[in-house]
Design a protein around this ligand. Structure first.
Ligand SMILES: NC(=O)c1ccc[n+]([C@@H]2O[C@H](COP(=O)([O-])OP(=O)(O)OC[C@H]3O[C@@H](n4cnc5c(N)ncnc54)[C@H](OP(=O)(O)O)[C@@H]3O)[C@@H](O)[C@H]2O)c1
Length: 320
């Protein structure tokens, strides 16, 4: 089969799309013909082995899987002898934030892992684009305490996480202000944000408004800077660890102090996130934002584009 591989951590120039042995399913595994995956921020972490601590999860000193990938959407083509949950021909999707060898024509995956049926009417590209960033968005929601009529600011409404988060917040009846670059203001309004702030014209820190929760979905701000925009019991969450990993220790310090708090949304429970998103895909309340599509052969180009920081939403890699 064809696969996007790299043998050591590095930049996109280390990626080769080459012939690779097709995996064989074990008794509890299914063989999936991969139709689409995304190239996302977690993939870039898996490619580069960054942050360095990530290598304890994805392989030390070399990557555990030479084949790249973290998510998939495809069709079950073979099933192991003990598989009970899936049938041949099932359309399935899944995600693992510690990497899985999905940027290939075929993937084997345990039936008990983060795998589920793709709802009817949802394309492979849409399913793949509903995995990584949507999981982090659900995870953000899980960690914040959102009062009934919360007023929330999402910094980075065009990002994979931010664009999913806006939809999740709106589906829960929450008032959302989001930031976006000038050229994408309209796109963020179509995600149903109540108000969109052009961060290229003026820093969002100049807003004359107070929020219950600030989600920095691009990790570009700090609690200290955002504090003036928070209500007295407001919460600040970021997708990044922050300067000197401050977002790891500030939750404890701010909790002890009382008042405005930092919460670190340690990611967990991928299957729980997939269930939430699957229901929203079924009801049409979640539509992943897709930026562009590449072919498996163009994997290195797709990674370069994502690493440029210019993508909006999700970048798809089509494997068939
Ligand atoms: N904590 C975790 O486990 C975890 C997991 C995955 C990702 N992450 C982190 O989460 C962050 C978001 O990832 P993502 O894939 O959702 O992002 P992304 O899609 O790459 O976000 C890029 C988008 O954000 C916009 N943007 C850039 N700077 C901005 C700013 N200062 N204010 C508002 N918007 C800005 C960009 O607009 P322009 O094109 O105009 O620059 C672009 O549209 C990344 O920092 C990533 O490392 C964390």
């Amino acid at each position: 089969m064809k696969a996007a591989i790299r043998l050591n951590y590095g930049d996109p120039s280390a990626i080769k799309v080459t012939s690779w042995p097709r995996p064989i399913p074990q008794p509890h595994e299914v063989l999936i013909k991969v139709h689409a995956t995304t190239v996302n921020r977690t993939d870039c972490g898996v490619l580069q082995g960054k942050p360095y601590v990530f290598r304890f999860f994805v392989g030390w000193p070399r990557p555990r899987f030479p084949v790249l990938g973290t998510d998939f959407a495809g069709v079950v083509e073979e099933i192991g002898a003990n598989v009970t949950k899936f049938n041949l021909g099932d359309r399935v999707w899944g995600f693992d934030d510690n990497g899985l060898p999905s940027q290939a024509e075929y993937l084997v995956y345990g039936e008990g892992k983060n795998i589920s049926l793709i709802p009817e009417g949802i394309t492979f590209a849409q399913a793949a684009a509903s995995a990584e960033a949507a999981h982090y968005a659900v995870n953000f929601m899980r960690h914040a305490r959102l009062p009934g009529k919360a007023d929330v600011l999402v910094n980075g409404g065009t990002g994979g996480i931010g664009s999913a988060l806006i939809q999740l917040l709106k589906a829960n009846g929450i008032k959302v202000t989001a930031t976006a670059p000038s050229e994408h203001l309209e796109k963020v309004y179509t995600l149903a944000a109540d108000r969109v702030w052009d961060f290229e014209k003026e820093s969002f820190l100049n807003m004359d408004r107070k929020f219950d929760v600030i989600f920095d979905a691009v990790g570009k701000s700090t609690f200290r800077k955002c504090s003036k925009l928070l209500k007295p019991k407001g919460q600040y969450l970021s997708s990044e660890l922050g300067d000197g990993i401050e977002n790891i220790y500030l939750p404890l310090l701010t909790k002890l102090k009382g008042g405005k708090r930092v919460i670190f949304p340690l990611p967990n429970n991928i299957r729980g996130s997939m269930k939430v998103i699957q229901e929203m895909l079924k009801t049409g309340t979640f539509k992943p934002l897709i930026d562009s599509e590449f072919l498996l052969d163009e994997a290195a180009l797709a990674y370069q584009y994502v690493l440029s920081g210019k993508k909006i939403g999700n970048v798809i890699l089509n494997c068939v």
